[in-house]
Write a new protein. Sequence first.
Length: 320
Amino acid sequence: MTRRGRFAPTPSGLMHIGNAFTALASWLQMRQAGGEFVLRIEDIDIARSRPEYAEKLQDDLLWFGIDWDEGPRIVGSCAPYEQSLRQHLYREALDTLHSAGRLYPCYCSRSELASIGNAPHGLASEGAAYHGGCRSLSPEERQARAAKKTPALRFIMPTHAIGFHDVLAGPHTYAGDALSDFVVKRADGMFSYQLAVTVDDAAMGITDVLRGADLLDSTPRQLALYEALGLKAPSFAHVPLLVDASGQRLSKRDKALTLASLRDTGVTPERLVGAFAYLAGWTDRPEPLTARELIPCFGLIRTAADGLTTDQVQRLLAVG
């Protein structure tokens, strides 16, 4: 089987160097393995996504030396490559989950959920675990609430622990009490990231998911969805995030660290690739390299365990 990886950015702003590092690592993984690389635009959140950002991020990737075998501008058998055009697949997945008895309507508002002070802590990225109140509503109670409020749909998580082996981060196990039921379709009709990414990766034949460490604890929820939908899960590798001097993840609002801004100040893609390669431990010296020249040097096990900082990258670019 041909290995297939992907980069799936959200077009809600310009691509910053943190996005670029993750894209480079995912691309290198596939190119070194002789696999295929897919670009998918995760624009399911219509309110935040902009078509012009989708176009600019494609231009930035090509400038950086990253191409793709399938995606926007290179249509393949898995088209379309924009999540906003793939919603029929998410509806089909919801039908499957509904038939399996794995969904229920939830009428809780955000303020109600936030007010649950004694809720056990859930996954790090999700905050407090859902208390499960709407799961036990009677048909009459649901009917009464539905007359007042359009519900979201929640997926029923298994109660047993979910474990997996991350290619880079090693074995991980999540206790059942941290895996509370989560929303797969919001009350406003928008499908959740967890559902969409699971359905799309399976439909596109993705075998290897390499992404930022901030999504590590999304993995057990996606594995539960793969199982419930009867789909084969890919392998996962979560690379350290590129963070700022205070240890915070980068924001697309910080225009100084976008690829466009670096390009405007005269930084070449080779200098940026060389800086990443040196800081990640793929090369011994911070010399300019094209992305393609870096393919033989790439190795996940040599990626810096504590992540990279923007200060480190900027210092190397200043002397390059």
